[in-house]
Write a protein that binds this ligand. Structure first.
Ligand SMILES: [Zn+2]
Length: 209
């Protein structure tokens, strides 16, 4: 069962599909390192909102040396959650409409490229205006191979963004699917980011850290 890297903590909330908006608006995003024992019965999955647990409950590393994470409970195994299914690393869509809808709802972002400092400066000098807050701009329609059917591509609006644009609202973006034109499938940001502590050798492919 796949682990979750963050949890929503809300004291006294009980799992109830009709009250999810309360958890979403009042729940506090916590990391395994921020967990305290009295939160034990009040931590929930940030995507399916079922109660989850921390593994191990108190220690920072498991008996086989892994960092503590949050984990789904088998009791709620029949509730489908992108974070607990094994196929969660890649997301594919049945048709162009479905993919567009995911973009409109903010669940999927097509990254055309990253906005470099030089381009930001060029934009500024062309307009004679300074836009310190430009973090992402609309990119061109891009052919994106994220269909469930092999060989089919969708024409989808893309974004040109900055790392700062991704970092703003980080906890919200953490479970969005990102598709980079250099990759082959949309991947959740939480699976795209590499922990610098795990880096052992140089890698020629650009990655997020
Ligand atoms: Zn879940």
């Amino acid at each position: 069962m796949k682990n979750t890297k963050t949890a929503l903590y809300l004291k006294d909330w009980e799992y109830d599909l009709e009250n999810i908006s309360i958890l979403k608006s009042l729940g506090q995003v916590i990391l395994p390192s921020e967990f305290e024992l009295d939160m034990k019965d009040f931590i929930f999955c940030p995507l399916c909102y079922t109660p989850i647990t921390r593994n191990p409950l108190i220690k920072d590393v498991t008996s086989n040396g892994r960092q503590a994470t949050f984990r789904h409970l088998p009791t709620y195994g029949d509730i489908k959650c992108p974070l607990s299914s094994l196929s969660s690393t890649g997301q594919k869509y049945a048709n162009e409409e479905e993919a567009k809808q995911a973009i409109d709802q903010g669940d999927l972002v097509i990254i055309h490229g990253f906005l470099h400092a030089s381009e930001r400066n060029r934009n500024e000098s062309e307009n004679n205006e300074y836009h310190p807050d430009i973090e992402d701009i609309d990119g061109p329609l891009s052919s994106v191979p994220i269909s469930r059917y092999k060989g089919e591509t969708f024409e989808l609006p893309s974004q040109i963004t900055t790392v700062r644009g991704i970092c703003r609202n980080f906890s919200k973006n953490y479970y969005k699917y990102y598709f980079m034109l250099s990759s082959n499938q949309p991947t959740m940001l939480c699976d795209l980011i590499h922990d610098i502590r795990d880096v052992t050798k140089e890698n020629d492919t650009p990655q997020l850290y």
